[in-house]
Design a protein around this ligand. Sequence first.
Ligand code: ADP
Length: 457
Amino acid sequence: MFEKILIANRGEIAVRIIRACREMGIRTLAVFSEADATSMHVQLADEAICIGPAPSAESYLKIDRIISAAELGDVDAIHPGYGFLAENAHFAEVCENCNIKFIGPRSSVIKMMGDKAVAKEAARKAGAPVVPGSDGPVSSEHDAVKLAKRIGYPVIVKAVGGGGGRGMRIAHNDVSLQKGFHTARTEAERAFSNPAVYLEKYIELPRHIEVQILGDQKGKVLHLFERECSIQRRHQKLIEESPSPALDESLRKYITKAAVRIAEKVEYTSAGTIEFLLDTKGHFYFIEMNTRLQVEHPVTEEAVGIDVVKEQIRIAAGEPLLYEQRDLRIMRHAIECRINAEDPANDFRPSPGRIESYYCPGGPGVRVDSHCYAGYTIPPTYDSMIGKLIAYGRDRRSAIDRMSRALSEYSIQGVKTTIPLQRAIMQDPDFRRGRYSTGFIDHFLGTKQIEPVEPEA
Ligand code: ADP
């Protein structure tokens, strides 16, 4: 097993990884930017090295500085967390060349699945249904219009190198497609340094369902069932749950099997996620694979009872998965709310700043993964996540009731948060019945007023 791991990340995920390492008896080296000197991950790690100024391009994305820190700290491995360098094949390759274990899949697999068009081809070869669309990138608006005529409107233009809901444009006719084609390319170039885009049929009111995969270095691939992540704003997840209320046993079998086949086909090693859309007629389509730990991994951990981060570390160290598929069960229902410093009443505008007072919930069935505390200032430089609130119970109903209760205890003063919106969603009859799609939030905000709520206790 590794003796010391560098965590190439910040915020709640750096804290989450440090916690796993501490339980496993592994020492940790945190890296931090000048904006994060007082951050929780710096305080919790065994050692910490400053790697540059606040902008992530000069710190958390600076490969040479991270590798220097790894060499200085004499670590065995690097955990990239999510975001930043987690899906950067070049970084994984540099680690491989420097003899530092990258805690994730091989760089060649990151590269292949990071190209969404290539990933779709791999999924098709594994026998999984994919959303109808272009075979690879579309190079001109003329080709885009021609293809859209064939597959039928509406269509969605997506960035080949995409992520975080960026570089996507929905088009309902030729004119909006021509416009969307160019804006998506410009956005993709800016966000991913790659202007390539591809075209897909836009599935209306789908559900986003994804399967958690674990693959070890001996060739064993298992799934940890599914997560439902349809409660999104701007194509970014806000609430996730496991299991999905939309699946019956036969659909669950079908989708998890398809996911395992895709992971086997690419000889996947580490934790990964295969994402699908489910349309209103019950058809599944592969959309992409994330070759890293997901933000929403805790719902799987609480529903299935497996520590995904520890498994990732064990797999990277060459250890085999110690169980079989038949040993795994959905034991509980788990829900996660991403608590962001954002104003849901103002188009989710980020609300960074100083947290004046902070009280986080506890009690039965509640877990908080966060790096925040009273007096902490959320810098404007990074994402606006305050933390993740996870609630679980023996069934969906009790998980929702616990989440409601925990949200009402969570008291954060000084910045605006998504809590009032999430509290209101927990009371929504459609949400409670499990009847929702990726269109939920738009519809919800169009019909309801979100009043700021004061904590009850
Ligand atoms: P990203 O990598 O930027 O997160 P994804 O491909 O994972 O992009 O898609 C994110 C979200 O965008 C999905 O969960 C879904 O809400 C929406 N989306 C993506 N592709 C389609 C599609 N073909 N039809 C309808 N919605 C889509």
